[in-house]
Write a protein that binds this ligand. Sequence first.
Ligand code: FMN
Length: 367
Amino acid sequence: MRIGSLTLKSNLFLSPLAGYTNLPFRLTLREVGGLDLATTDLVNARSLLEKKRKALKLIETRPEDSPLAVQLFGAVPEEMRDAAAYLESIGIAAVDINMGCPVKKVCRVGGGSAMMTELDKTSALVKGMVNAVKIPVTAKMRLGWDDDNLTAPDLARALEDAGVAAIFVHGRTREQGFSGSVKLHGIRAVVQAVKSIPVIGNGDVTTPEAAKMMFEETGCAGVSIGRGAFYNPWIFRHTKHFLETGELPPEPEFDERVRVMCRHLDLMVEVFGEELGCRMFRKVAPWYSKRFGPANEFNKKVVLLNTRAEFHALLEMYRDWRRQFLDETGKLKPGYRPAPMVASFMQEPGVAQREQIPVPKGPVEVW
Ligand SMILES: Cc1cc2nc3c(=O)[nH]c(=O)nc-3n(C[C@H](O)[C@H](O)[C@H](O)COP(=O)(O)O)c2cc1C
């Protein structure tokens, strides 16, 4: 798979998730495998140029975290151009532009999804960036503002003319937020609108089968996964294997989930220090535990986490508590196994809708 001058080992991508797609998470996913180009959380172009501490922390990386794309947001053409040039100068592999974010703070200044509504202005901004760097510039968008304004195909075509190397598209409108189902036909319309650049589909992919369906129904060149990687850091490796061989690897066992969760915490502590790393992990660990079976005892205590030692003590306590739900072979008894994940666009009509993938609470609730 190619994006501009980059040749990638996987056509599966990590979607930016503000507050989550930090260096420890990316390294954890890369170690598990199947992922090549990953991206940072969105970064304010101006803050980056001003070398604000928070912005620099967001782009922190290591050689084993490559290839890496940084997602920028902003609406001032010169700032976006200079930020892209700076990222190229420090060895970042690609720059992604956020055109999907519906958060007021971002749209008010003409960034995020406000960019979808102003084709000419957006094209000019993108041209300025593309001309300033050799690395690929990509764009991430939603299908449009609302169902009456499905602007993504027009925008994608205009951006291709402006020199964008790939389009990432979340198959929902801004108005939809995270509700309703991802519209594969909306992604297909974007695939059909561009001449030759790759379009990468995104939204609700939580299983290898869902990724396959997105490829087949939309003709997209790649699939980008966000929340699915929270539950299942194996999703890239398993999907790659499934697409290449047709075999579906079994879901990881509890011990393997715990091993990867502990590695993730170790990396959080390495990158953010023990106090902050543990505090940040309070919202990460409950995603792992969603696939543990009964986990109230774990969830109740992990939100108070302060040290790595506490975490390991909690895990020991939880293992003991969890034994009551296991059969003699050490597997969860049938009534306690988590239900299989099903993407919104794979729900069978007439069958009661399964719970949607939750959106983490906080200011980013409506991404
Ligand atoms: C907590 C959270 C933070 C997000 N942050 C960003 C972001 O910084 N930039 C962006 O383009 N999209 C962001 N998104 C949108 C995701 O990249 C993705 O398009 C969306 O979650 C749908 O994909 P998924 O169902 O695989 O998660 C965010 C989504 C969530 C839930």
